[in-house]
Design a protein around this ligand. Structure first.
Ligand code: GUN
Length: 277
């Protein structure tokens, strides 16, 4: 059985560190959590985020808006939050209802409060390797790998999935850690041949148990970003955990792997934002 990369345990370590840091500093970090509508997954994610804030001493300000909210109304709220000195980070939970242009909303957030790292300025800084906010899931994944002292330098990292939230920013962070990076997606030819070459395989495509044993190299490190609910109610990742666990060196479980690390990274970003003058 492979080493389990325990995101729950590592995220707790990070939360303890942040709690101490906040207590010992004069910081009083505030995070605005904006939820539009009642997407069931989003309701759960924002609840977890607010609970984690309370655990470490970040004050969360909850804004729950109806599904029918207009672009203008949401932009007005963001403008208000941008100016509010008690609020250091602004998180607008995605996806947004279809009448709202999400890119325009993200671009309206003050980049200094963009703790999700989705603003074009922060995305540009990521590309250039300049300091700025990094997207929480990729940041959490790198933190998890580092805290287990797993090698990144010169390793071949294969990412399956090219989203703006995970695949693309993670590729940049892995490059900065001197990995060799391949991004695959739904149109990639010979996908199993490519994933089987990975020293580090990241599954972020959103298809339950898609990565099978024959797609993974013996001794690889497998990071599973997927969160899929099966018809029988079971929560599974994008990797077929039971098939893969016996041939790899290390693997993240679902739940308890990447999910808690995303939240820990959001808290790290919020504390960082509170340090801005
Ligand atoms: N929806 C899915 N993941 C995320 C995330 O990391 N941040 C926000 N704001 N929305 C999401």
């Amino acid at each position: 059985m492979a080493l389990l990369l325990d995101g729950k345990k590592i995220s707790q370590e990070i939360k303890n560190e942040l709690k101490k840091e906040i207590k010992e500093s004069k910081l009083s970090p505030g995070l605005a959590v904006v939820l539009v509508g009642e997407n069931p997954a989003s309701v759960i994610y924002t609840k977890h985020k607010k609970k984690a804030c309370a655990e470490v001493g970040i004050k969360s300000f909850s804004y729950e808006l109806p599904h029918e909210t207009t672009q203008y109304e949401l932009e007005e709220l963001i403008e208000k939050l941008n100016l509010d000195k008690k609020i250091h980070g602004i998180l607008v939970q995605l996806p947004l209802p279809e009448q709202i242009n999400a890119q325009k909303i993200i671009a309206s957030i003050d980049p200094k409060k963009d703790v999700d790292g989705f603003h074009p300025l922060n995305v540009g800084k990521l590309m250039l390797g300049l300091p700025g906010f990094r997207s929480a899931t990729p940041l959490g994944i790198i933190e998890l790998i580092k805290r287990y002292n797993l090698d990144l330098v010169g390793q071949h990292a294969v990412i399956v999935g090219r989203s703006n939230i995970v695949g693309k920013p993670l590729a940049q962070l892995l490059l900065q850690e001197h990995a060799t990076v391949t991004i695959c997606h739904s149109k990639t030819k010979n996908l199993p041949e490519i994933t089987a070459q990975a020293d580090i395989l990241v599954a972020a495509l959103g298809r339950p148990q898609f990565i099978k044993k024959d797609m993974v190299k013996k001794g690889a490190v497998v990071i599973d970003v997927g969160m899929n609910r099966l018809d029988n109610g079971k929560l599974v990742g994008d990797v077929d955990f039971d098939e893969v666990k016996n041939i790899v060196e290390a693997i993240t479980p679902v739940p308890g792997g990447v999910g808690p690390m995303t939240i820990a990274a959001l808290l790290m970003n919020t504390v960082k934002a509170a340090g801005f003058k």
